[in-house]
Design a protein around this ligand. Structure first.
Ligand SMILES: [Mg+2]
Length: 231
């Protein structure tokens, strides 16, 4: 096998949707104005992710999270709806790909800027150990409403995914040759900054044109990604 470890992003990669935005939508029901505002903030966030000239702007991901979460009053119970929906929105061919890689002895990780409680049900089904799933964490108040997120988690910060991978390596785990599969800038930059990582652009759900333009490997079919990883 070409790779010892394959790391997947979650939102718009393993699943077709952005789970936080979907949770916010559910939580806000018919509040059209709030939904519009959230869309505006999210769109800005996407642009920040696409900014290849000034990486420091990516730090604003943190602000974007705060702004979006302040607008939405989200409850723990509403997460269940997202989880059920995610179950029907897996990216085509991804479940089979993960299983095939596992069968061949490839170590699978999920590293996401999303949230653990929305990812664990899927990663459990895929039989990826929770020790190999890294994402942000919601904080809740005593009534079960989401009151914020753990700001000390490296994934809220600049080059978060790189920090997580370095953390795993520092803990003594040898990840060997790594493929990073994802749609976003935070995935792309892992391949740029870490020599042992090959970035595999994944444009099955969304193609971010400047990432495509700046990537040596970019796939719009899971089958093509599979062939690349397996060869
Ligand atoms: Mg993504």
């Amino acid at each position: 096998m070409k790779f010892d470890t394959v790391i997947f992003d979650f939102d718009s990669t393993l699943v077709q949707i952005e789970t936080l935005d979907y949770l916010i939508e559910i939580a806000n029901g018919d509040h059209v104005e709030i939904r519009k505002k959230i869309k505006e903030i999210s769109a800005k966030n996407v642009r920040l992710y696409r900014d290849f000239d000034n990486n420091s702007k990516i730090i604003e991901f943190y602000d974007s999270l705060i702004k979006r979460m302040k607008l939405a009053k989200m409850h723990r119970d509403q997460e269940k709806k997202v989880i059920d929906f995610v179950d029907t929105m897996m990216s085509e061919g991804c479940v089979d790909l993960v299983k095939e890689l596992q069968t061949k002895g490839v170590d699978i990780y999920i590293i996401s800027g999303g949230f653990l409680s929305l990812i664990y049900p899927t990663s459990d089904k895929l039989e990826i150990s929770r020790e190999k799933v890294f994402a942000n964490e919601f904080l809740y108040n005593k009534d079960g409403y989401i009151s914020g997120f753990d700001i000390y988690n490296p994934l809220t910060s600049y080059e978060g995914k790189i920090k997580v991978i370095e953390g795993i390596q520092k803990s003594g785990k040898n990840l060997g040759k790594i493929a990073m599969v994802g749609d976003g800038f935070s995935d792309w930059e892992v391949g740029e900054k870490m020599k042992e990582v090959v970035y595999c652009g994944y444009g099955i759900n969304i193609v971010r044109e400047d990432i495509k333009k700046n990537s040596q490997h970019f796939f719009t079919k899971t089958q093509d990604l599979r062939e690349f990883l397996m060869s």
